[in-house]
Design a protein around this ligand. Structure first.
Ligand SMILES: [Mg+2]
Length: 168
């Protein structure tokens, strides 16, 4: 039984394959370059401006992500990079926000997300997620990771709340 999307207060995003298309460009000096989607970013602003929260759980870490999240004004307290166990990371986020897991959505693409996904009220998968992740999801986005999936997920929740309207 998944939660009513209208009851969700916090969305957790995985990064690689969710906020990006999963590509990691490695430069000659070993640094990494990632591509983020501007419309995903706008959706994240809409969600935050509506008074809800965003958290990030990723197994990797990097400066590009830090800069992107800072520009979106995502609370750095709720950004967990280098996570070896995403279920443990979920515990940290629940403790920091005092939001019950039943009011949390999680957008995922691959196996490391599965345990945490199973524990939240609204597990969601990007369109091109692994089959097991799609199967575990209560909602699957129309668009792929890094190509508007985060925007789709946020639109789904805000529509359920009657809060998804273009401004004039
Ligand atoms: Mg991923």
């Amino acid at each position: 039984m998944s939660s009513d999307p209208a009851s969700i207060e916090l969305i957790i995003f995985d990064v690689d394959g969710v906020l990006t298309d999963g590509t990691i460009n490695i430069n000659d000096d070993g640094s990494e370059t990632k591509k983020f989607n501007v419309r995903d970013g706008f959706g994240m602003r809409l969600w935050l401006d509506a008074g809800f929260k965003i958290a990030i759980i990723t197994g990797r870490s990097g400066e590009a992500l830090k800069h992107r999240l800072a520009s979106l004004k995502i609370d750095p307290e709720l950004v967990i990079q280098g996570s070896r166990d995403k279920s443990e990371a979920l515990d940290v986020i629940v403790e920091k926000t005092s939001i019950d897991p039943s009011k949390i959505a999680y957008l995922a693409d691959d196996w490391p997300d599965l345990v945490a996904m199973h524990r939240v009220g609204l597990p969601m998968a990007v369109h091109d997620a692994e089959p097991e992740v799609i199967e575990a999801a209560a909602f699957v986005t129309a668009r792929k990771g890094g190509r508007g999936a985060a925007r789709d997920a946020i639109a789904h929740l805000l529509k359920a709340k009657g809060m998804y309207q273009p401004g004039s």
